[in-house]
Design a protein around this ligand. Structure first.
Ligand code: SAM
Length: 394
């Protein structure tokens, strides 16, 4: 069934089997069914066991997927170009908050570029739930950054609790939030659960949705001006407005940028996308069996950017722009950065830079599959979206 996937090492399989045993025990303790969102939370984040919490390498060629900051310097440097005017505008007390710092690649390049642009924030905070990733980020940044710059970096357990000014940035974080799945059957809304079959394998189940999830599904139906057909199944993050409030409620003056794969709501909930957008990533292979090898593979769902726009504006921000990643990077100077980097490298480096540029911007690569959404509060972020703004599509 998974003949195209490389088999994990035996110690990794043993680790996964222990997590699976824990999942089975929790399912049984809850009366035989666990909401899918809880399953996703445990397989990704269970301390010591989950995909992001345990020690395996996830990012880059040796891992399971490659994110834009992992490909090289161009993505983070262009994003820093977009953030620098905001940092300067709010003044010397500016903070930058990065959510989900991954390997630390983004912070390393972004801080270097902000320094070049004379826009270093007073504090650069990384909110990273995974203790293992936090450790890797700290090591990398300590090795790579000038000590005076490293002294501005800090790690947070929770978002800033005081009021602050500056910029918030998140690449591929919303797609990693544990998401509920819903199912519509005979007009009623159900929440997808994970249950066990007679042999202890994980299988899909369903239970009546609670009020929060059903109200969110009805909200989407009203927006689409049509009910979901019977049997329609997808993902939805009813907690997104609360999450935005939690991470950015204290941001008094500044901007937020979110980059992720996803669509507008009308595209996300197309009639023929009847099983949602959930995918699993293992060693650069994408597949649909999210129950396979718990803790060893990444699981993600695409982002409904209309929902993100609603959540951001609901938290009191202005929607500053929405565009494909390609438009955003081109509008924020990626071509100039490529030329500058060209001059600092050799022939092989130039070929790699071109490859990176193409992967980030070509429509068939990340250029149009990834979207960027910006919000502002009492600052001007419009220049960052001068090219290819698509807010009219939301
Ligand atoms: C797919 S990785 C992306 C990492 C990095 N931003 C990059 O582009 O390479 C998802 C990251 O989000 C983090 N994450 C998950 N839930 C989070 C949350 N609620 N707040 C902040 N970070 C979170 C994960 O631990 C991980 O670092």
């Amino acid at each position: 069934m998974h003949s195209d996937l490389p088999l994990p090492e035996s110690d990794a399989l043993a680790h996964s089997e222990q997590l699976a045993a824990h999942l089975r025990a929790e399912i049984l303790a809850q009366g035989g069914a666990m909401p899918f969102s809880r399953f996703m939370e445990l397989v990704l984040y269970a301390p010591g066991w989950g995909y992001y919490s345990a020690g395996a390498s996830k990012f880059g060629a040796a891992g399971d997927f490659v994110t834009a900051p992992e490909m090289g310097t161009l993505f983070a440097a262009a994003t820093a170009n977009a953030l620098a005017p905001v940092v300067r505008e709010v003044g010397p007390q500016a903070r930058v908050l990065e959510l989900g710092g991954g390997s630390g690649a983004f912070a390393e390049v972004a801080l270097g570029r902000l320094a070049e642009l004379d826009a270093l924030p007073a504090r650069y905070a990384i909110l990273e739930p995974s203790a293992d990733l936090r450790q890797r980020q700290r090591q990398r940044l300590q090795d790579a950054l000038d000590p005076a710059v490293f002294a501005r970096v800090e790690w947070l357990d929770r978002p800033f609790e005081d009021e602050w000014d500056g910029a918030l940035f998140a690449n591929e974080v919303i797609d990693a939030l544990p998401t509920p799945r819903f199912l519509v059957d005979e007009g009623e809304v159900y929440e997808e659960t994970v249950e066990l079959d007679g042999e202890g394998r994980f299988v899909r189940g369903a239970q009546p949705a609670d009020m929060l999830l059903s109200a969110a599904v009805r909200h989407v139906e009203r927006y689409l001006e049509r009910p979901f057909a019977d049997g329609y199944r997808s993902e939805l993050l009813p907690q997104l407005p609360y999450w935005i409030q939690a991470v950015a409620g204290g941001l008094r003056r500044g901007a937020m940028l979110f980059v992720d794969y996803g669509y507008t709501r009308a595209e996300f909930y197309q009639d023929d996308r009847r099983d949602g957008t959930l995918r699993a990533f293992y060693r650069h292979r994408v597949h649909n069996d999210v129950y396979l090898w718990p803790g060893l593979q990444d699981i993600t769902a695409s982002v409904d950017f209309t929902a993100l726009a609603e959540a951001g504006t609901g938290a009191g921000f202005d929607l500053a722009g929405y565009c494909h990643q390609a438009g955003f990077l081109l509008g924020n100077g990626i071509a100039g950065l490529l030329e500058e980097a060209d001059e600092r490298t050799d022939e092989v480096g130039r070929v790699r830079l071109r490859e990176q540029f193409k992967r980030l911007t070509l429509p068939t690569e990340m250029g149009e599959r990834f979207q960027v959404m910006g919000f502002s509060r009492d600052v001007d972020l419009s220049a960052a979206f001068a090219m290819g703004d698509l807010t009219w599509r939301l």
